[in-house]
Ligand binder design. Structure first.
Ligand code: GDP
Ligand code: MN
Length: 341
């Protein structure tokens, strides 16, 4: 089996996807990576996998973004991994810095408490800044203005399966907004007030709710009642956002902009450790038709320590059906059953 989604699927024929074809079949889309200079080798690993399994056929451009300037070595080495165009950009200061309304003393005290509750990276300011940027700023970067779709790629991830169709055109042709590979329960302590803040927002903005939204998924308490309880009403099940194939017009919508602004003012990106994964997931679950969210089960993927590994002859180097590879006590469970229910 290949597990490919249904036709139409747009494939390579002749030179329609050549890197230098000015009339290529590529649509408005980019591979996108927020990354630090010191992660060069890990990023090269990700690039090599994605080029080998997919992009050498389609030659979509890469966009690299950093809060600091990229080094010449970084640019030279990454461009050498692909025939496609690579673009390098810095984040505007005002998109990255901790906003003026955040109380630094409160932030430090809150994060010390979260650290005691084993919330990963609670005391690392840049991690909070990264989560906020991935939640509300990446799609506003001037370099992405003319792009509609993006595929988020992190350093040190793996892609295992040959994919023979243009996934961006799949998104467009089938009217999809968002694609994921892995779903997980989150650490409730990192997002204790995210759902209560969300409810405040929708109470006064219910015009933004989609007709066929995924409220039942977001509020599920049948599968893991204790996590829903600790997260004050949210199941914590989320699309794991180190992999995303998405339509930026959703993040640019009035509904999402208003929602992000509300969350940002509430301060939880810094007083708690709200991740972009639960923020994106909740927004999609509320403001988008559930049918526009797609599980790319044919894209074999790993970001330590989780896998999506389909049973297909097109996949190499991962174990079929494997989900987790790490210390048993750190196990976070797959919550795909909650999504598909
Ligand atoms: P994890 O996957 O949650 O463990 O977090 P990562 O350390 O992988 O960070 C998520 C993504 O943001 C990766 O693509 C990182 O390269 C990137 N990232 C994290 N912090 C920074 C930062 O301070 N600056 C830049 N430029 N990228 C960052
Ligand atoms: Mn990562």
């Amino acid at each position: 089996p290949t597990h490919e989604p249904p036709e139409p699927l747009h494939r390579v024929s002749g030179n329609n996807y050549d890197a230098d074809n000015p009339n290529s079949d590529r649509i408005s889309a980019t591979l996108l990576s927020l990354v630090r200079n010191k992660e060069l080798q890990e990023l090269v690993q990700s690039m090599q996998d994605l080029e080998k399994t997919w992009n050498h056929k389609f030659n979509y451009p890469w966009t690299f973004i950093n809060d600091e300037p990229f080094t010449e070595e970084f640019k030279k080495t990454t461009q050498a991994q692909t025939k496609a165009k690579c673009n390098y950009h810095q984040i505007p200061k005002e998109h990255w810095q901790i906003p003026s309304w955040i109380n630094r003393d409160l932030m430090r005290e809150s994060n010390a408490l979260l650290k005691d509750q084993n919330v990963q990276f609670a005391e690392m300011d840049s991690y909070h800044q990264m989560c906020r940027w991935n939640s509300g700023f990446f799609y506003r970067h001037p370099a992405l203005k003319d792009y509609k779709y993006y595929w988020r790629v992190e350093p040190n991830v793996h892609f295992f399966c040959d994919v023979d169709y243009d996934v961006f055109r799949y998104m467009q042709d089938h009217n999809k907004t968002y694609g994921f590979t892995i779903t997980l329960y989150d650490s409730p302590n990192s997002i204790a007030t995210l759902w209560p803040e969300t409810l405040k927002f929708i109470t006064s903005n219910n015009q933004y709710l989609a007709d066929n939204n995924a409220m039942g998924f977001l509020q599920d308490k049948e599968h893991r009642p204790e996590w829903n309880y600790k997260a004050n009403g949210y199941s914590t099940c989320h699309f794991w956002s180190n992999f995303e194939i998405g339509d930026m017009d959703f993040w640019r919508s009035e509904a999402y902009e208003a929602y992000f602004e509300h969350l940002d003012r509430a301060g939880g990106f810094f007083y708690e450790r709200w991740g972009d994964a639960p923020v994106h997931t909740i927004a999609l679950g509320l403001f988008e038709e559930a049918s526009k969210i797609h599980w790319f089960k044919d894209i074999g993927y790993n970001h330590i320590p989780f896998y999506n590994c389909p049973n297909s002859q097109k996949c190499h180097g991962c174990t079929t059906g494997k989900h987790y590879d790490g210390e048993p006590f750190l196990l976070k469970e797959d919550c795909r059953p909650v999504w598909f229910k």
